[in-house]
Each structure stands twice: as C-alpha cells, then as structure tokens.
Write a protein that binds this ligand. Structure first.
Ligand SMILES: [Zn+2]
Length: 195
C-alpha cells in the first residue's frame, strides 16, 4: 500500500517521493499496477477507474527515476541511498521529454453556467494524460522559480525531496527534523564523552 508521503508537495515531487526509506530500508510505492492505480487517484481524480497496465507502470517508473535524477542534479544531492536508477542526466532529460510528448493537449473553450471557461483538451487515455501532465509540471518546476527552493532532505536515512515553502523549513517533515536533532545531540554527547 503506497505511503503517500508529503501530500502538500507539487505532483512531480510526490512522484519522486514514491521511493522512500524507513530504518535504512528503501521502499517503493510503485511496484505493482495496483500501486500505480492507488497513487494516480491521489494525483488526479480523473484517473480513477482508468485502464492501467504493466506498460504504464514501466513508463511511470521511468519518469519517476528521471525526476529523481534531475532533482539530485538540481540539489547537488550526494545521499548514496537516494541515487536514482537512472545515472545519466541526459537520459533523464530525454525520458521527461518522451513523457511530456505522450499527450498533446490544447485549451478548450467551454460554456459553464453562462460563463466562458477554459478546459484542458486532449485525445489521450487517462494514464497517458497523467504521465504527460506530470512531465510538463516537472519541466515547469525544474526551470521556474521553485527550483531554487527544491531540497534533498538530509534527515537521517531520508531519501525524499521537498520544495522549501517556509524559510525555516530544513527537513521534509517534523519527523526528520526530530531525528536529525536527536542524531546531532547523540553525536555531541559522544564527542564530549571521548574528550
Ligand atoms: Zn526527510
């Protein structure tokens, strides 16, 4: 069952965070088609009930690995446990572009309760539409002003990314902040005992 960590992060960061760690063990929220189905429903209610298969799982996992590689690139991430399965930044760029091209989209004009409204138009299947939307959002995130606030969390053992939405936010979560403080305290205590 997916852990659905940090629901407040932008969708592409939530995709990177489908790889997470607990007590030194890595977990993967996208191991099965059912995992993907559950995860997608949290990202896009329009994807509920969509037909999803093994090929979709592979594509979402490839995009996820690409986004992890690019997040590491942007944050100078040197956490060994967080290393993406995709090693080359060029491959990650190509993967994002491949995903973004899956669902050409155009704006649609709609008459909504007597008012004109803008709706997204696409002929793609829901899974393709979600994959492409995540890739497009990632391109915007990684090239826009938010990229300056993208962080790798250096809480003990953590492999997550987050967008620093508050000047004092140093960790992905309060749990990581507490573990980091406890680890610092322990290290200090041990050093002073050795003196
Ligand atoms: Zn963390």
């Amino acid at each position: 069952m997916p852990a659905l960590l940090l629901p407040g992060e932008p969708a592409p960061i939530r995709l990177t965070n489908t790889v997470w760690a607990e007590r030194g063990r890595l977990h993967d929220d996208l191991e099965t088609v059912d995992d993907l189905r559950v995860w997608l429903a949290t990202i896009d209610p329009g994807a509920v009930g969509a037909e999803i298969g093994e090929a979709d799982l592979e594509r979402f996992r490839a995009l996820r690995d690409a986004l992890r590689r690019l997040a590491a690139f942007l944050t100078d991430d040197d956490r060994p446990a967080a290393a993406s399965a995709m090693r080359e930044v060029e491959s990650a760029v190509a993967e994002v572009n491949r995903a973004a091209a899956q669902a050409p989209a155009w704006p649609l004009l709609a008459l909504d309760g007597g008012r004109l409204a803008r709706r997204p138009g696409t002929a793609a299947a829901p899974a393709d539409r979600c994959l492409a939307a995540l890739a497009v959002q990632a391109i915007e995130l990684f090239t826009g002003p938010e990229r300056e606030r993208l962080r790798a969390c250096y809480g003990p053992g953590c492999v997550l990314y987050f967008v620093k939405d508050h000047p004092r936010r140093g960790w992905c979560s309060a749990g990581c902040g507490n573990r980091a403080r406890a680890a610092r305290h322990y290290a200090r205590h041990r050093t002073s005992q050795q003196d």
